[in-house]
Design a protein around this ligand. Structure first.
Ligand SMILES: Nc1nc2c(c(=O)[nH]1)N[C@H]1C(S)=C(S)[C@@H](COP(=O)(O)OP(=O)(O)OC[C@H]3O[C@@H](n4cnc5c(=O)[nH]c(N)nc54)[C@H](O)[C@@H]3O)O[C@H]1N2
Ligand SMILES: Nc1nc2c(c(=O)[nH]1)N[C@H]1C(S)=C(S)[C@@H](COP(=O)(O)OP(=O)(O)OC[C@H]3O[C@@H](n4cnc5c(=O)[nH]c(N)nc54)[C@H](O)[C@@H]3O)O[C@H]1N2
Ligand code: SF4
Ligand SMILES: [Mo]
Length: 736
């Protein structure tokens, strides 16, 4: 069992499935040969972008079997010929010198390149040993919203059904957990209801905690195509690039959204600016909501949000006057100590004003990573495959039947959340960790003790495309992964569109696609009998279809990859026998939600205390988020491009108000020290009018940023509240 299969080349051929016939293997190498044989050597083909959740179609131009250039696809229904700088530069990160090209193990601080056979033997022996010593649930995995859905399904099934893990979460916890919980509770299923066409059809666009110009530039371009001269309303503490383009800007105090939206609801109700017939026909608990709102004082909301009553009234009136009002939110809402209730306060506004289920409307959470939506439905982390529930026996039986596996292999309890897995490591409950396609040692909240916590593990495996990431640097075993562009599969974008990702380049050295790594692990672990039919990504896609059957995310009508190719992707639902003609669809047109009684729920709760606020010792709010459209997350990919690097400050900087800078005698570009109760860092000052006094902003892309952040979590989604903590700032000479 713990040996490479004898007829390895045969296995590799099977891995590549429909690509087999012309597949040439380099002798002695595991890298899987050439670009897919179904593409002609000098072809042009469309691939969905591997950065943000917009999911633009990019044309990849091949010469002699090699991807040489990219342009934006003019026909793809998402981006209509547009792409942002990251998309244009998407091939560059593949060629970087710090790609992990061989498995390696770190012993006594020294890295040693090893064969796949040794790596997989080590992986299996170590993790099995830990399980024998401490129990099955003593190993866990943390995955991602950035591998193809087929790989997510494989990983989730392998880890939980094959290797016996219970705990596995993803970086989507840092990002989307709040929206998932909010939608499930309010609508009965995690179902963002919109299509991008809504950006063009609204007459009133309300963007909450969403810097769309930077984070989703092509969605912003869709707003610019709107012919209704729409009101564009931005609710954000900072005057962001998006706020600068807005027709109305509400610079709300950090973490005051909940009371602010409740006050707004109260004003709408008092003025009878609501759609009672819609509320009566399609929702529950509105009268309780009215009762609850009696506990909300408008004056209190005005004071806490720093938005005047006049402005609040103006916003309410604008919403009331709009015929097609759409509400959009992103991380300013999700990353909060009470994010779920804030998201639901926004959902409540859409429901009570009847702004849902019609073109140009909706309570719309914008996702972040290219495949966050895939992970929400198919990663087997927070929910069972296909939007099912681990704790529901019927669901477990259904999934077991589809996969043809014993139902007992499916855990009947939910996984610990990301923060609980990290705590579990501190508490010696989790002794083995496997991280796939996320850079936890940079992006996780409060980094000060992260590396020490990791030392508590007996075995730490990182599956990565680069050996240089902060997380790979502290691993015991690194498994080199092929990247976007080097493998096949599908992503699901923000508007629920399933789009194709293709192998257009060869992975370097011995790097393998995550799909193939999972396949090998199944073989070495001895559970490959569970995955007999899972030969190619497209086989797994066919299994995903079965898993989705009769769920709101039913995709049984998508025949195969060629169908997706021909249609320019397809939004869910797409049921067998009900394949839609049109290419842009919204949900809830019939007012039917996914709760058993088909009604949506008003959900509300008194605002919670913010656990860390500015104080005498730490007088500034620290906000964090995206810095520019050319930077991606922890920058492992985007900092490989010379072109992108010219588009943003290469060193960490802090944005600070002109008045604050003057008070402290700080000049623009001066380096300052920033301290939170947990850690400190040095950053260059960017003096600005776009941030209020008493607040500062540091982009998340720099490795130091999370030394400062405060680990507060939403109680329902367990999403970290990255966006608010307290810091102090001083000139260097003052500290040193
Ligand atoms: N260029 C680029 N694009 C990206 C990414 C990237 O790294 N780079 N990442 C992708 C991912 S994974 C994600 S999740 C998205 C994130 O996309 P966004 O959420 O749009 O980006 P952020 O800058 O994280 O946060 C948005 C805004 O929230 C505001 N905010 C902070 N606190 C509060 C608050 O209390 N209330 C309100 N109302 N607003 C607040 C911040 O000032 C910030 O402007 O971007 C995606 N797109
Ligand atoms: N302070 C602060 N912190 C934040 C945020 C914030 O707003 N403020 N935002 C949070 C949010 S919303 C998010 S989504 C996270 C993002 O945080 P991360 O997920 O840690 O960020 P990435 O840099 O995208 O990490 C992805 C990793 O996967 C690797 N990789 C890329 N493609 C592949 C592949 O195909 N296979 C494998 N095996 N590896 C691959 C990349 O090299 C990279 O190291 O950060 C969170 N952290
Ligand atoms: S907007 Fe997003 S999906 Fe489109 S090209 Fe840019 S990073 Fe890629
Ligand atoms: Mo994210």
């Amino acid at each position: 069992m713990n040996k490479l299969p004898k007829n390895l080349s045969e296995v590799i051929r099977q891995w590549d499935g429909h690509l087999t016939s012309e597949l040439v293997l380099e002798p002695g190498e595991f890298g899987l040969g050439k670009v897919p044989s179904r593409l002609k050597p000098n072809a042009t083909t469309t691939v969905v972008c591997g950065f943000c959740s917009t999911g633009c179609g990019l044309k990849v131009h091949l010469k002699d079997n090699e991807a040489i250039n990219i342009s934006a696809d003019t026909k793809y229904p998402v981006n209509l010929g547009m792409a942002c700088p990251k998309g244009w530069e998407a091939l560059t990160p593949l060629k970087a010198k710090d790609r992990a090209t061989t498995p390696y193990i770190v012993e006594n601080g020294k890295a040693r390149a090893i064969s796949w056979d040794e790596a997989l033997t080590k992986f299996t022996d170590k993790f099995k040993g830990i399980q024998e010593k401490y129990g099955k649930d003593s190993i866990a995995f943390i995955s991602t919203g950035q591998i193809v859905t087929e790989e997510m399904v494989y990983l989730g099934a392998l880890a939980k059904f094959g290797m016996g893990m219970i705990h596995g979460d993803g970086n989507t916890r840092q990002c989307m957990a709040t929206s998932v919980v909010a939608y499930k509770q309010s609508f009965g299923f995690d179902a963002p209801p919109y299509s991008y066409q809504d950006f063009e059809e609204s007459d009133t666009i309300v963007l909450v905690g969403s810097n769309i110009c930077i984070a989703h530039p092509i969605m912003w371009e869709r707003i610019k195509r709107n012919k209704n001269n729409p009101e564009i309303i931005v609710i954000d503490p900072r005057k962001t690039e998006t706020a600068m383009q807005a027709t109305q800007f509400y610079p709300i105090e950090p973490k005051s959204d909940l009371i602010f939206f409740y006050a707004l609801a109260k004003i709408l109700i008092e003025n009878k600016w609501i759609k009672q017939d819609y509320i009566d026909a399609h929702t529950n608990d509105f009268s309780d909501f009215i009762e609850f709102l009696k506990t909300i004082e408008i004056d209190d909301a005005v004071e806490k949000s720093a938005i005047s009553l006049d402005e609040l009234n103006k916003l309410a009136k604008t919403i009331a006057d709009g015929k097609r009002v759409s509400f959009w939110w992103t991380m300013g809402v999700n990353q909060s100590h009470e994010g779920v209730r804030v998201a639901q306060a926004i959902i409540n506004l859409a429901l009570m004003t009847g702004n849902i289920g019609r073109p140009g409307t909706g309570a719309n959470s914008i996702t972040g990573q290219c495949n966050a939506m895939g992970s929400r439905l198919f990663s087997n982390t927070t929910g069972l495959l296909g939007g099912h529930d681990f704790t529901n026996e019927e669901h477990r039986t259904k999934v077991a039947d589809i996969l043809n596996i014993p139902v007992e292999t499916i855990p009947s309890e939910n996984s610990l959340a990301y923060d609980q897995i990290i705590d579990g490591i501190s508490q010696d409950k989790i002794k083995g960790l496997w991280v796939i396609a996320t850079n936890s040692a940079h992006s996780w909240i409060n980094q000060n003790n992260f590396k020490d916590i990791i030392k508590n593990l007996e075995f730490f495996v990182v599956q990565e495309m680069y050996h240089s990431t902060e997380t790979a640097q502290i691993a015991d075993l690194v498994l080199p992964a092929a990247a976007w562009g080097e493998k096949d599969g599908t992503f699901i974008n923000s508007e629920r569109r399933i789009g194709l990702v293709k192998k257009v380049a060869k992975a370097p050295g011995k790097a393998l696609s995550d799909f193939n790594i999972f396949k090998l692990i199944a073989n070495y672990w001895g559970c490959d009998h569970l995955f007999k039919d899972w030969k190619t990504p497209e086989d797994v896609f066919q299994i995903m279809k079965k898993l989705s059957k009769d769920q709101p995310c039913d995709i049984t009508g998508i025949k195969d990859y060629n169908f997706l190719e021909d249609r320019g992707g397809m939004q869910w639902p797409c049921k067998e026998g009900e394949v839609p003609e049109e290419n842009q669809r919204i949900l809830f047109e019939d007012g039917q939600y996914y709760h058993p009684d088909k009604k949506a729920k008003f959900i509300f709760e008194a605002p919670r205390k913010v656990l860390e606020k500015p104080s005498l010792a730490y007088p500034y709010w620290l906000l964090t988020g995206r810095g520019s459209s050319a930077q991606w997350h922890t920058q492992t990919r985007t900092d490989k491009s010379k072109v992108l690097k010219t588009l943003y400050p290469n060193e960490i900087y802090v944005e600070m108000n002109v008045g604050d800078a003057r008070k402290l005698g700080i000049k623009s570009n001066e380096q300052v020290l920033i301290k939170s109760p947990r850690g400190h860092l040095k950053a260059n000052v960017a003096v600005s009018y776009n941030i209020k006094e008493g607040q500062v902003f540091i982009p998340m892309h720099y490795r130091e940023t999370n030394k400062l952040t405060f680990p507060a979590f939403d109680p329902y989604s367990r999403q970290p509240s990255y966006k608010a903590c307290a810091v102090n700032i001083r000139r260097l000479e003052y500290w040193e």
